[in-house]
Design a protein around this ligand. Structure first.
Ligand code: FAD
Length: 608
């Protein structure tokens, strides 16, 4: 590796979404030499697409709101499978993190009293989402990015990390610590080695394993796969969130998100018969807090104290399943969706002011005026609850020096994430991870890990392998077959037979991927980039299918047609997945949930 570009840092953050930027700021502010690496342009992360807002119990609209109510909502939304400690820290610290964003220059929408405005979202008892129109993520990224740049944090953009490096030292009992990260410049194809005792993964989601998704090309599960290859575990991988409302037409934008704020601001769901069908799908678990008549549901928007919330604002898993059933029953729209109607419910000025991006999105992409006609929508793969298993307080994985934060970490959201709880998660745990990674790096003194040159060579060989293949298959074909297979067999409604079939197909894709071939050379070569990412997509897909097959119940983002309804025993355990010893596939085991202390249990005792 003679001429290879090399850098030394204390903390390397992989990913420049909200989680990565917040972690990098915290690391820098705690004194670490910090670098941010991201595979697209800075600012182009997933976070920028977030629309609705950041959930934080600030109590600006409802003084009754506090961390305890937010904690309870989060746990119930996740069907009690969340890591309770993460849910608690998140609820307690999110308001402070939002205030801090404001101190750093974020301009939130305001209440009439000049406080940060908070809007309603599914599963949240009170209006709780701090927002900037329907472009909250953009403002969040702008603020964090500006701060990171002003602090002088080094940024390496359009650089993909493909492997993590571990300390080979023996005898000291420290072998296996993280020692750095290896990657390549997307433009030149040249390799780069980062030597660092702390690496924070903040790579976001996995949506590109599915055909219909709200996620962009970057979300290939890289952090999930990097962590597994380094020896960390993933949890909750069976839980994939299908957002109820994605665009269904035209085909070029199928899956693109339609924000939940449309429903939060008064939009309702109707089938082709014009029926407002969500009243037929209120589950027992949420009956007590959901309106059962149209009149009560409509009164709720103005009088939340004396009315229960509309069923359109049930948690996402419930709404997505209901839409799916209506479409399956033949009551869908011409393009295979369901109607989302705000036009008949709110004045055009209100819609344009509250939902400017949605207005433009439909006008430009579908030639639909949402102030005059209903939208056609359907479920879309949106978010993965599963991710790297981490310590709740520090976000450290089982591998010393390796941290994971944001969507690529697991535990916080249990079996289903509430809207708005991701942006809060990024800020709260980004800060914690940055501080913990710095504390660890500083504690090492001269005893820093070293990178093994043999591992660097192996990483190079592995990245270049697709160029060595003679006459193999194009990675695009494999990717597109994988996406279709995951959509058809591991989607919203699952069965043992289909999951088994999916695992067989994944095995076949793995074989095909071994002889995947890319044309041309290393200068900006999208085929090669995809070949590298596809390895990650395949591991992640296997994790999802395997965990989905093992969990014989329906809960949150995991619905089994052959095991409808939750099962009390499954409600006490997580499924954990690891790379097997040969590195060829996925091992799975059950693990009891961390035990919630009694003083927190009290929030769930009263029957409601
Ligand atoms: P991301 O923001 O996804 O950033 C990932 C970063 O990792 C990127 O910089 C990427 O380039 C980099 N990266 C990935 N792989 C590599 C690699 N191998 N090497 C180097 N860099 C890499 N949540 C809410 O709470 N409220 C909302 O209103 C909301 N709306 C949403 C709307 C849409 C359309 C979508 C798609 C999601 C929405 N979410 C919302 C979810 C939320 O936006 C995401 O979960 C969150 O932004 C993820 O942030 P992150 O920092 O974990 O990762």
């Amino acid at each position: 590796a003679g001429g290879m570009e090399r850098h030394q840092y204390d903390v390397v953050v992989v990913g420049a979404g909200g989680a990565g930027l917040r972690a990098a700021i915290a690391a820098h502010e705690s004194g670490a030499r910090t670098a941010i690496v991201c595979k697209s342009l800075l600012g182009k992360a997933h976070t920028v697409m977030a629309e609705g807002g950041i959930a934080a119990a600030m109590g600006n609209r409802w003084p009754e709101d506090n961390w305890e109510v937010h904690f309870r909502d989060t746990m119930r939304g996740g069907k009690m499978l969340n890591n309770w400690r993460m849910a608690q820290l998140h609820a307690q610290e999110a308001p402070e993190r939002v205030m801090e964003l404001e101190d750093w220059g974020a301009l939130f929408d305001r209440t009439d009293d000049g406080l940060i405005s908070q809007r309603d979202f599914g599963g949240h008892k009170y209006a709780r989402l701090a927002h900037v129109g329907d472009r909250t993520g953009l403002e969040m990224i702008r603020t964090l990015q500006q701060r990171a740049v002003a602090l002088g944090i080094d940024v390496f953009m359009e650089l993909t990390v493909t492997d993590l490096m571990k300390d080979p030292s023996t005898g000291s009992g420290q072998a296996g610590r993280i020692a750095g990260a290896f990657g390549y410049w997307r433009e030149s194809g040249r390799f780069v080695l980062f030597e660092a005792p702390s690496v924070i993964l903040a790579t976001g989601g996995i949506g590109k394993s599915f055909k219909v998704t709200s996620n962009s090309w970057e979300y290939t599960g890289d952090g999930h796969a990097l962590a597994m290859r380094a020896g960390a575990s993933l949890i909750n991988m069976e839980f994939v969130q299908f957002h109820p409302t994605g665009m269904v037409w035209p085909p070029s934008v199928k899956g693109l998100l339609v924000t939940e704020s449309v429903r939060g601001d008064g939009g309702i769901l109707k089938n082709s018969e014009g029926k407002r069908f969500m009243f037929d799908y209120i589950p027992e678990f949420f009956k007590a807090e959901t309106a059962d008549t149209v009149e009560e549901a409509d009164r709720w928007y103005d009088d939340k104290k004396n009315n229960r919330r509309p069923p359109e604002l049930l948690p996402r898993d419930e709404v997505a399943r209901a839409i799916n059933s209506e479409i399956k029953a033949g009551r869908g729209t011409p393009h295979g969706g369901i109607y989302l109607d705000i036009a008949s419910r709110r004045m055009p000025e209100f819609i344009r002011k509250r939902l400017p991006s949605m207005y433009h999105q439909f006008k430009e992409l579908a030639d639909v005026d949402i102030t005059a006609e209903p939208m056609e929508i359907g479920p879309t793969c949106h978010y993965v609850m599963g991710g790297v298993e981490v310590d709740a307080d520090t976000q450290e994985s089982a591998v010393t020096g390796l941290y994971a934060v944001g969507e690529c970490s697991g535990g916080m959201h249990g079996s289903n994430r509430l809207g708005g709880n991701s942006l809060g998660d990024l800020l709260v745990f980004g800060k914690r991870a940055g501080e913990a990674a710095t504390a660890y790096a500083s504690s090492l003194g001269d005893n820093r890990p070293r990178v093994d040159e043999a591992d660097v060579k192996a990483a190079e060989r592995s990245a270049l392998a697709p160029f060595e293949v003679e006459g193999g298959e194009n990675p695009y074909t494999i990717q597109s077959d994988l996406q279709q297979s995951m959509n058809d067999l591991v989607g919203i409604i699952r069965t043992a037979a289909e999951l088994e079939e999916s695992l067989t197909e994944v095995e076949a894709f793995k074989v095909r991927a071994k002889s995947m071939k890319v044309e041309g050379h290393r200068q900006y070569n999208p085929g090669w980039h995809l070949a590298i990412d596809l390895r990650n997509m395949l591991i992640v897909s296997e994790c999802i299918a395997k965990a989905a097959l093992a969990r014989e119940e329906s809960r949150g983002g995991h619905t089994r047609d052959d095991f409808p309804g939750p099962n009390a025993e499954w409600g006490t355990k997580n499924l954990v997945v690891n790379l097997n010893a040969e590195g060829t596939g996925v091992d799975l085991h059950e693990k009891p949930l961390p035990v919630m202390p009694d003083e927190l249990k009290k929030y769930f005792e009263e029957k409601s």
